[in-house]
Design a protein around this ligand. Structure first.
Ligand code: FES
Length: 158
């Protein structure tokens, strides 16, 4: 896992994001997504001011943060590989593909390699079920994925 230091102006950024969502009902998820877009992940220091502004408990904000797989508590690696774990992909070998990628990158699902090069994540349907198993490499869809095709795509991206 990559150690992370939140940006020095995190409080100002959060204030701006909260101001932009001031009129939104149930803004917690949108605010967390906006923080991630801006900072790259949701630092732990962001939770208290968000909870205060939205009149939620720290636990409620943390619950939203940990419920959604797209939200990160640590920065991603240079490349993000997301492997679909939903039914269509499971039926077409996603589990074996995942195991092979875990071995290849030496990192568990949801973690970033110590080198910071790759983050391996689970995702639940990429909308590419007809071409299962599906993987996304840095946001680009890859259908009928194999370990070789994933690493080749990564090689092309470096
Ligand atoms: S189930 Fe994997 S892309 Fe839909």
């Amino acid at each position: 896992m990559t150690a992370a230091t939140p940006p020095h102006d995190l409080a100002d950024r959060i204030d701006r994001i909260l101001a932009a969502h001031a009129d939104m009902e149930g803004a917690c998820l949108s605010v967390l997504q906006a923080v991630q877009r801006e900072v790259g992940y949701v630092p732990g220091d962001a939770l208290a001011p968000i909870a205060r502004a939205l009149h939620l408990s720290h636990a409620e904000v943390y619950g939203v943060l940990t419920f959604y797989h797209d939200l990160r508590q640590t920065p991603a690696g240079r490349h993000v590989v997301r492997v679909c774990q939903a039914e269509a992909c499971q039926s077409m070998g996603a589990r074996g593909l995942t195991d092979a990628l875990v071995r290849h990158f030496g990192v568990a699902l949801g973690e970033t390699a110590a080198s910071g090069e790759v983050t391996l994540e689970a995702v639940y349907c990429l909308g590419n079920c007809a071409l299962s198993p599906a993987v996304s490499v840095d946001g680009t869809l890859l259908g009928r994925a194999t370990p070789h095709r994933v690493t080749a795509r990564l090689g092309a991206a470096t």
